[in-house]
Design a protein around this ligand. Structure first.
Ligand code: SF4
Ligand code: FE
Length: 511
């Protein structure tokens, strides 16, 4: 374990968390410059605050955001909990919605949570099939995370190169993370993971394959954990729209001065993973199962966006009020529409959790179909909610003068006078609300609310593929034929396969 992490016994509070990030030696580049102190970097800090909100919520509402650790007997973040029931899955979603409401952005901690839960069952089933010993190792790793209440990041998405080729056929072998050499002590990996959420704000990172693998891809079948400051890792920070507003001073134009998301490209150059932290080494036949399970968990984790949507609906309603149009029926109707869309995201996600079932390892897994439906909604509905918020905000969302103009000795009074809405609403308040809508639909947090909604946990087509796999057409055709009075020759094996694949649903075959 790295020396810096050992300085903190256990992280309970945001302050403990901030201390745990101090004096680390991560190699980070942002805007072409090395970042020595991410904790105090104005572009990075809002993302650290969003992660810290997960610790604060655990203090404020322990039943929602923490659990009693079976390893330490002490309370530990729910983000580190292995789900023991469908209710545990549901509580994850409730916690995610609440954190979306508090931060108005991506609080970055769900990837690690979903990776832990996926790995619990996958390592168990891998051991069963291959006689390996990964599950026991994995449990030790979970116990270590509980000891410190650390943040775990999950690194799955490879940069992928030519999308038509599998990992082993890429012109450059490093376009998927792979093992370069093995020693008795462990393995070395090289490659890069793209748009890694919250990676710099984590303490540990678990590296996983991103796609189905074949025997030729054996060296790409690696799952292992590393501390984020392991030698050989470079972080290249992802730009966000309007990110440099954080460097201008002031707190109006940034829209959401407190919170932001974080993505970076993580480059691994001969990074060592010790044997005790390896949870897959060559078992390529289990890569697809891992990806399926992880994406099932993670796609219903996107109920986080319903929490963010709550903030945007609140901003839209507030700006309508500040403009004096809140009583108009079409305004109310738009707010109803936004709410309907937002609750649709929540409903499908939380339903996936309620339908959770135990896997062989005892860890509960959500319903994959509903999880994919949730995420597929998320690829579309926040864009419509964002459009309606901009509709209610008016053109000023995109044309408003700056905070510096508002405070300018010569022209400040003009901005004050002409950006006034209702007489009893201070101009500055109206500007702040418009900037928040801009932030969430065009600015820094539009990364989390819109583009991440589109591509995070898999782009729309990835969900359509899963929905197609799980849609049980043989079964549904049979239902139709029975009622239509048409005899049907059912391919019984295909029918059983379909039903078997649809984890979490037990549909009886009609006679
Ligand atoms: Fe969690 Fe949502 Fe951010 Fe993913 S996008 S890490 S689910 S808050
Ligand atoms: Fe994400």
């Amino acid at each position: 374990m790295p020396e810096v992490i050992q300085k903190i016994d256990k992280i309970y509070s945001p302050e403990d968390y901030f201390s745990s990030l101090q004096d680390r030696t991560l190699r980070i580049f942002l805007l072409g410059k090395a970042v020595e102190d991410p904790l105090h970097h104005p572009v990075i800090r809002p993302s650290i605050n969003a992660m810290a909100a997960t610790y604060q919520l655990a203090l404020d509402t322990p039943d929602l955001a923490s659990v009693l650790s079976p390893y330490t007997g002490q309370r530990v973040s729910r983000f580190l909990h292995i789900c023991q029931s469908a209710q545990d899955l549901v509580l994850q979603n409730k916690m995610q919605r609440r954190l979306g409401q508090i931060t108005g952005t991506c609080f970055q901690r769900c990837v690690g949570m979903d990776a832990l839960n996926a790995l619990h069952s996958v390592t168990y089933e891998m051991d069963e099939a291959h006689g390996t010993g990964y599950h026991a190792r994995f449990l030790q790793f979970v116990a270590m995370l509980h000891e410190g209440n650390w943040v775990l990041g999950g690194a799955m998405t490879d940069v992928k190169g030519d999308r038509s080729l599998p990992p082993h056929q890429q012109a450059d072998p490093d376009l998927y993370v792979h093992i370069t050499r093995r020693t008795n002590a462990g393995v070395y990996i090289t490659g890069a993971k793209a748009h890694q959420t919250g990676c710099i704000n984590s303490h540990w990172m678990v590296v996983m394959p991103t796609t189905r693998l074949t025997a030729e891809d054996r060296e790409y079948a690696i799952i292992g954990a590393v501390p984020v400051d392991a030698p050989g890792i470079t972080y290249i920070y992802g730009r966000q729209s309007c990110d440099t507003r954080s460097l201008e001073g002031g707190n109006i134009d940034v829209g959401n001065a407190l919170y932001g998301g974080q993505e970076a490209m993580v480059v691994f150059e001969e990074v060592f993973i010790p044997r005790e932290l390896i949870f897959m080494d060559g078992e390529y036949d289990f890569a697809a199962l891992l990806v399926d399970r992880f994406t099932a968990y993670h796609r219903r984790s996107y109920v986080c966006k319903s929490g963010v949507g709550d903030v945007l609906i609140g901003a839209a309603a507030s700006i309508a009020e500040m403009n004096g149009i809140d009583k108009a029926s079409h305004i109310k109707d738009k707010l109803v529409e936004m709410t309907h869309l937002n609750e649709t995201v929540y409903a499908t996600g939380i339903a996936a959790s309620f339908q959770g079932q135990a896997t062989k390892s005892g860890c509960f897994l959500c319903d994959s179909m509903l999880a994919n439906v949730c995420k597929h909604h998320v690829t579309k509905l926040p864009y419509e909610i964002g459009r309606l918020a901009q509709d209610l905000g008016g053109g000023l969302v995109a044309t408003m003068p700056s905070e510096k103009d508002l405070n300018h000795p010569e022209i400040g009074h003009l901005v004050q006078k002409y950006l006034k809405g209702k007489a009893n609403v201070p101009t500055e308040d109206r500007m702040r609300m418009l900037r928040l809508i801009e932030n969430m639909t065009l600015g820094r947090n539009a990364v989390g609310y819109l583009t991440e909604s589109l591509h995070g946990a898999g782009s729309p087509q990835a969900q359509r593929i899963q929905i197609a796999r799980l849609m049980q057409l043989e079964y549904k055709k049979r239902l139709a034929h029975i009622l239509a009075g048409i005899p049907i020759e059912t391919n019984h094996d295909a029918l059983i396969d379909e039903l078997g694949e649809y984890f979490g649903r037990v549909f009886q075959l009609p006679d």
